[in-house]
Design a protein around this ligand. Sequence first.
Ligand code: DOR
Ligand code: ZN
Length: 418
Amino acid sequence: MTASASIVLKDVKLPDSRVVDVSITKGIVKHIGAGLLSDQIIDCSNYLVIPAAIDMHVHMRGGFQSSKEDWNSGSKSALAGGVTLVVDQPNTIPPIATPSIFIERVKDAQANSLCHFSINSGVAEHTPFESMWKTGALAFGEIFFAPSSYGDAIGVALLKKVFSRISTLGALVTIHAEKISPIPDYNLISHNEARSVHGEALAVSEVNRCNQKNCRVHFCHLSSADSIDLAMGSVEVAPHHLFLSCENFDPKNTFGKVNPPLRTERERIALWKRWSQIDVIASDHAPHTINDKQIPFCDAPSGIPGVETMVPMLVNKVLEKKISIRSVIEKTSTNPAVLLGIQSAGFNVGDRADFAFYHKSPVRISADILHSKCGWTPYEDQMAVFPEFVLMDGVTVYQDGDFIKGLPRWFPGSGYSQ
Ligand code: DOR
Ligand code: ZN
């Protein structure tokens, strides 16, 4: 009997330049090589085909913050940017700090998300770590080692305790490492000084010292070369620190306000020089409405949207031959999967058949082609290559601006027990 597949991706160019057919059955890559028999064949010869991304740092909002974003709009934004799995951060209102709040969050995502999702546990003085782990938390954090929008900071003593408790679970702890100087913070220049690269590096060193139990640590959105060099753990960088600097904006412009802050052009260039040391690119998608942002600088919330533009801007860099396609796949898909213990999407038999198909034509980014509820982007006019269509579990869930409901799933952490 001849083997068959539900769908065959024909003439896919792999990162090593081999051209193969990818045969998919039941949402999983079944065979690589000459295509199996199938009723559905997609000619990929004109596309850059990339395993879909896991964005391991998004703030999907919802609840009281639904005017900024919710699971429906946020997941659409993800899919249209080639991301099929998002990891939601726990600094919601109220924070995800008890099993019952966690379960409510899962239900909300199950009812409204169009893409796969995972949810992290918050971390505070009385967090019941073992119960959160059993309830399905994927990881713990982001832990705020300095306060940020909707996030209270925890100190050294508590962080040591947290590392010690979580190391026994074998879970990943994710950290927002910053140190704030008490100076007036009234524009993007002073914001960069108050939450300086030096402060970030000091915070990273302090976190290293606190981790006496060798807990698995992941440093979120590191924004400088020095911090990357110091980090004892996996390193995440956000696209806004690679593609934007504080010098790109009028200093009073609150739309560039984010924590850690946008750095100088010099720092931004130095950050690109650490490309090979970066494990993960994640968006830190932190949508705020235009109204929320249009208030005096010192009161404006920090955070910028980015889940939809992250991979497209990186793909544009690939087409410009500045970075390799292999490195983009590693940092946006394979490495996050390995760190989080999630089955990878990709070109190996047994991988999840989540792929995004990019037609190699760059366009200018503008807010009106994006899907986040917040309605603005800091990348206006930058070049990007958006996917034309996206498969999730071997099924088309996005095509040319339209969304087709697939079967989005919750990916709980390895401690989950029903
Ligand atoms: O700028 C930020 N905004 N940094 C964070 O760490 C939190 C985020 C938010 O949730 O708005
Ligand atoms: Zn953060």
